[in-house]
Design a protein around this ligand. Structure first.
Ligand code: UDP
Length: 234
């Protein structure tokens, strides 16, 4: 697969064209940002860990009938993906209260939710990715009613599958973010699934093995990503 011109650079990844019009190369960087990019840093080898973790999870989800943009892992830092038109929504699903939910409603971190909460945020850095409702998504034409239904259905299924997947390696899936894209008229799962986009707490100890170690300066940041990588890929 020939690497073509760079078409996009985000906070954690770069996208390149390939010689196939429908396929892109997704390159994982070591750069880390938090709090709407007010905090910036580098997590050594994060790109390598996240590429492997994401690849493994996409392979698992595909094997369970979830359509994703993942084609294959190319090397340490790159995966081949389908070229999609990204729906400008971050879909967040929560099983346990943490992060912005605790802030919004003054909840204790770790409160187990009776049912999962699904939040939509509008992908707009300048606005700090604000929380919106399904009505905003529809009214502003970010997705159709049918696309929203598919996205919700996929997100709950992915949550059930990923909870099982992580529990098998002794990790509790607290919350995570998904992004979806349109490919040949269909909604498919895109972006990445990694400790950058999921909160993962070790069963028993409650140790945080995700980007909160970077956000909150908890130390052992690289070790946490490496630990998730070894559990996911063993
Ligand atoms: N998340 C993400 N990208 C974002 C915002 C959130 O991947 O731009 C993930 C985050 O890592 C966590 C979940 O979505 O696993 C819920 O995040 P939350 O809304 O609590 O926001 P945060 O505390 O990260 O500001």
């Amino acid at each position: 697969m020939k690497k073509g011109k760079q078409i996009y650079e985000g906070k954690a990844k770069i996208l390149y064209e390939t010689d196939a019009p429908d396929l892109l190369i997704q390159y994982f960087k070591d750069d880390a940002t938090a709090f709407n990019a007010q905090k910036k840093g580098t997590i050594q080898e994060k790109g390598i860990f996240n590429n492997s973790i994401s690849s493994r999870i996409f392979e698992y989800l595909e094997s369970q009938g979830i359509r994703t943009h993942y084609e294959k892992k190319l090397n340490d830092r790159e995966m081949l993906v389908k070229r999609v038109e990204i729906v400008p929504i971050e879909v967040i699903i929560r099983n346990v209260a943490a992060g912005s939910l605790c802030k919004l409603l003054a909840l204790a971190e770790g409160l187990k939710l009776k049912t999962p909460i699904l939040d939509f945020c509008y992908k707009k850095d300048e606005l700090g990715d604000p929380l919106v409702s399904e009505y905003h998504v529809l009214a502003l034409g970010w997705a159709t009613a049918q696309e929203i239904a598919t996205i919700k259905d996929y997100t709950f299924k992915v949550n059930d599958l990923m909870k099982k997947f992580f529990l098998a390696i002794n990790l509790d899936l607290i919350d995570f973010k998904l992004e979806f894209g349109r490919y040949k008229g269909q909604i498919i799962l895109a972006d990445e699934i990694s400790p950058d986009t999921c909160r993962l707490w070790e069963v028993g100890t409650g140790k945080k093995l995700d980007k909160d170690r970077f956000r909150k300066d908890l130390g052992d940041v690289e070790e946490a990503y490496k630990e998730v990588f070894s559990r996911v890929t063993k």
